[in-house]
Design a binder for this molecule. Sequence first.
Ligand code: FEO
Length: 395
Amino acid sequence: MKGSFPAVKLSDGVHWVGAIDWDRRLFDSLIPLPDGTSYNSYLVTGEKKVALIDAVDPAMLDVLMARLEDVPRLDYLVSQHVEQDHSGAIPAVLEKYPQAKLLCSAKAKGMLESHLHIAADRIRVVEDGEEVALGGKTLKFIYTPWVHWPETMVTYLKENKLLFSCDFFGSHIATSELCCQDRCRVYEAAKRYFAEIMMPFRHVIKDNLKKLEAYEIGVIAPSHGQVHQDPSFIIEAYREWVLAESKNLVALPYVSMHGSTRKMVDYLVDALSRRGVAVEQFSLPETDIGKLAMSLVDARTIVLGTPTVLAGPHPLAAYAAFLANALRPEVKFLSIIGSYGWGGKTVDVLAAMIPNLKVELIDPVLCTGMPGAAEFKALDALAAAIKKKHESVKQ
Ligand code: FEO
């Protein structure tokens, strides 16, 4: 491996020593990664000390170690977040550099001991706002909890005006270009990432964004995806996601067994569109749940389309309800449409699955078998009710 994986210079005294995971297609056995991902790790070299910011996923340990091959000394390893895609390689790095101290937030210490069995005497807790001098380079640690675990912090390299942000401002993209060139691509990937893991904590993230306003940030170097050389773009995107009011949009995840629910979905989508309400429709057996999660960042209403199976919702509809409940979007209204064969408690079961969503239920439209004129009339009434509800939300 030696020589195959050189460090890549990012700025004065800062090198990228991470790994690109081109082929990974699933994260946490849950989150689709259509564009792969990267685990960014950065080496900061001062006149007296050397620090490594974050490690990499254990699957990419060999790549990190190859990039560190010509680095004879490490004084500090900074763990900004304990999740294993940034910490899994820490034990091996500490073994390679026995004199190195592992710096982390107060909350992270016990987590590093339990998740990775790191000896307590290798760990030094840094306080919120504490600075560590490397000689001509100063690392300042800023606690940013719940992005997206409780222990998360970011690191500001004062002399370079560079913020190492770990998951914060990151995106799952595998690319050979270290710095962002295509904002549209990065916006989409970063929004997907925000939707999938950070949306439930947006109120705390809002406070973290406010806290970072005290710093002059010229570059943001996250631990996934590309580096932001114009950080205002990604900071503004985050502000939009955590602060903006929901949009005049319905997210419509659905599943159909014999086509009846699908007919209802098609009719409702058309009825909403005719009334000027935007809709995003997701066929649950095929859909990428990342796309559904992104829709929930903006949606004002969720309509779940489901047939009744064994007296309850189809399991895929239950999965969508469970996911929405976990992601806690800012959605305000919810309705359910679908077809049943002989009866059931679909609405009751789904309504009980979403206690985290502070939504108003708009009258569901359910029918036996194939929808007919009466059901289409009811779907028109549902579309009109959604339009009226959306207009009632103050902008
Ligand atoms: Fe990229 Fe929360 O780990």
